[in-house]
Design a protein around this ligand. Structure first.
Ligand code: GLU
Length: 547
């Protein structure tokens, strides 16, 4: 068969360059020895998830600790899944977590010399290489219809055979020249398939940078390399792009491990040097005692947007991911509590080989601890950033008074006090936690444990003597006095010795006042809360709190 003629009939493009020209257009990168070139290669579906951040963080750390490059390539070969603004959203989401690209799609960088970084814009290079494979008898046109392929799949499934296009099932592999041209003449659509040279009785041992040695079976599937619209499949584009963009290390999800034999063969027939691969394990969670993969449908916490909209402190999410990425990170952190996580020596060899357990409670603990290292002003800035993007109009009005919020934050975070509190988990809950300091979001639950007459008498008694200028001890002396006047023990010790002599203790009196003023039985130091609210508001609340 005249393969040259076949190649130019199937791929008639006359703008394709000789292959050496492509090699020249993408010269070796001039990097130090040991520098790793990594990439994130998402499809522009608009859904960016924790797994992407997990991989991206590993990619970014490895590239940047070895003096290499981390770039963004957009795998947009499947137009059906394309969502407008998805690329910007990937960049913005990762940037929120401090993960930045050196080059790539929509990245403003002088390093952008290996593009285009959108696969759809690289059509000619894929076509040139597919054409070359056809000329070399290593690829061929396949005219099988969807129905024919489904029928084959069904037959294979019934026979309990491996499904796919291979061996005797590869119907178009051995079409004669006449049959091919007759099909073309009849206008039948076709795809280009690899003519696999592999044999499944051969095993290949391959070293995965994360999982270690893995033995796989040689590929014998005649996979599609160019679809009928001339656009490459993932497999083909991966081999070509990672070759020309000089990726040295491909970090990707373990779901790609099963296609690895295809990639090994493609690199071989294309004559490209194989990059290193690291297949990351899936993120798992324990759900009702059962360990399972995080799912897009069931787990909102899989989406990266969730962390932004719930107001997680980005550094906490990154630190948490570092603890699951590298088993020795936590110990390093304990020894270097002040250090930036970027100073940690990230090692791909220490990445988990199987199912990384994602534990939101642990993330929450890290988040609380991280937030408790901030000053009131820094906490305000963080919460305010969230409020501006995700808060309500009321939140925005409240946060306009920075001084007032900072006073509240000093109190609720215990800043300057004996013990720094770790109550704020994330911005959303932090903002809700201070709602009661504003009348328009004050929603009291008057859950008093005493009768109406007692409640009202305690409140009236205290309101009559409240003085904003009182310090904590003067304030408390007044609460004690009100306690005694209303049949409560002013001293806890008295109450403990003879509880039957009292309605309750001074603590119960303070609780009545607390419920009236804050709407809750628990709050930070009540004297300070009253001071922040100011005399007028305190008195108004006391009065409204009467039953
Ligand atoms: N576009 C592929 C994905 O989103 C990329 C896999 C890879 O990193 O090679 O899963």
């Amino acid at each position: 068969m005249d393969l040259k003629k076949l190649a130019s009939t199937l791929i008639p493009d006359d703008n394709l360059l000789p292959l050496e020209e492509y090699e020249k257009a993408y010269p070796e990168r001039q990097l130090e020895k040991g520098a790793e070139v990594t990439r994130l290669a998402p499809s522009p579906t608009g859904f960016i998830h924790l797994g992407n951040l997990y991989s991206a963080l590993a990619d970014e750390r490895i590239a940047h600790t070895t003096g290499g490059i981390f770039y963004l390539r957009i795998e947009d070969t499947d137009l059906k899944r394309k969502v407008d603004g998805a690329v910007e959203s990937v960049i913005r989401s990762l940037d929120y977590f401090g993960v930045n690209f050196d080059e790539g799609a929509e990245i403003d960088s002088p390093l952008n010399k290996y593009g285009p970084y959108y696969q759809r814009q690289r059509a000619s290079i894929y076509r040139a290489y597919a054409k070359d494979l056809i000329e070399r008898g290593l690829a061929y046109p396949c005219f099988c219809t969807e129905d024919e392929l489904n029928a084959v799949r069904e037959e294979q499934t019934n026979n309990k055979e491996i499904t796919g296009y291979y061996g005797k099932y590869a119907k178009c592999r051995n079409l004669s020249e006449e049959q091919i041209y007759a099909n073309l003449k009849a206008g039948k659509p076709f795809v280009i398939r690899l003519k696999s040279q592999g044999d499944t009785s051969n095993k290949i041992t391959f070293r995965d940078a994360i999982k270690g040695d893995i033995t796989v079976t040689e590929n014998d599937q005649d996979v599609v390399i160019l679809k009928s619209d001339g656009i490459p499949t993932y497999h083909f584009a991966h081999a070509i792009d990672d070759h020309f963009m000089h990726t040295t290390l491909v970090i990707r999800g373990e779901e790609w491990l099963s296609s690895l034999p295809i990639h090994l063969e493609l690199f071989k027939v294309l004559g490209f040097q194989l990059p290193k691969y690291g297949h990351t394990c899936s993120l798992m969670k324990v759900d009702n005692g059962v360990k399972r993969k995080l799912s897009k449908r069931k787990d909102p916490e899989l989406s990266l947007d969730y962390y932004r909209s719930a107001g997680y402190y980005p550094k906490a999410v990154v630190k948490y991911l570092m603890t699951i990425l590298n088993s020795n990170f936590e110990e390093w952190e304990r020894k270097n509590p002040q250090a930036d996580y970027r100073d940690f020596k990230f090692s791909i060899g220490k990445m988990g080989k199987s199912g990384a357990l994602f534990d939101i409670d642990k993330l929450n603990d890290i988040s609380k601890a991280e937030l408790s290292t901030l000053s009131a002003e820094q906490t305000y800035d963080f919460l305010n950033g969230w409020v501006r993007e995700f808060g309500t109009d009321k939140d925005r009005q409240h946060f306009a008074d920075g001084q007032y919020i900072i006073k509240i934050l000093n109190l609720i975070c215990g800043i300057g006090g004996k013990k720094r509190r770790k109550d704020i988990v994330r911005a959303e809950s932090g903002v809700r936690m201070i709602d009661y300091f504003f009348d328009d979001t004050f929603t009291p639950d008057y859950c008093y444990r005493f009768d109406k007459a007692t409640v009202n008498s305690v409140i009236d008694g205290f309101a009559a003597v409240y003085d904003e200028a009182d310090d904590n001890s003067a304030w408390f002396a007044k609460v004690k006095r009100i306690a005694a006047q209303n049949g409560f023990a002013a001293e806890m010790s008295d109450y403990k010795t003879a509880p039957e002599n009292y309605k309750g203790s001074v603590a119960d009196v303070a609780e009545i006042l607390r419920i009236a003023v804050t709407g809750m039985p628990n709050s930070p130091d009540l004297c300070t809360v009253m001071g922040i609210l100011g005399k007028d508001r305190t008195l108004a609340r006391l009065s409204a709190g009467k039953r």
